[in-house]
Design a protein around this ligand. Sequence first.
Ligand SMILES: [Zn+2]
Length: 169
Amino acid sequence: MDTKFQIGAAVHWASQSSGTTKEKTGRILAVVPAGKRPDRVQFLSLYKGAGVGLSRDHVSYVVGVEVGKTLGSSVRYYWPRVASLELVKVESAIGLEVHHEGSAAISSVLERCCMCRAPTPYWHGSDVALCPECAKTTELAMLPTKKEWLAKERALTPRTFGQIGHGDY
Ligand SMILES: [Zn+2]
């Protein structure tokens, strides 16, 4: 698949609606394969109002634009024309500090990195697990809150419904 932008990349574009041009900056949240439309469950808001439109004959991208400045503020989804997207060079990409889950007693406990889901003993600010690799390229604004991270992990981890051997079956 010919992907021009990586997930997490910062992009800029100008959108035209009702005669006005709006400059927007956001991050690539998902790659939409040619002939497909954005995930309806994940990006439901795109399907509201005028609707999402037809699938495209090329790879496209769902872009999230943060509304508000604080961490954990809401993100608005867009599905802009690929031709209008420009990569934003992030200057002073110094990355984030992470620290090792130090105690020997619990060092075997690995949590999944909140960005790439690789098991890691490293944490950012002790709120979310963040591996050293992702810490190099992650900005604070990209980090999920602890609540978001836990909710995502819960959604991605298969649940066990009851225990076998309790006479439920
Ligand atoms: Zn990672």
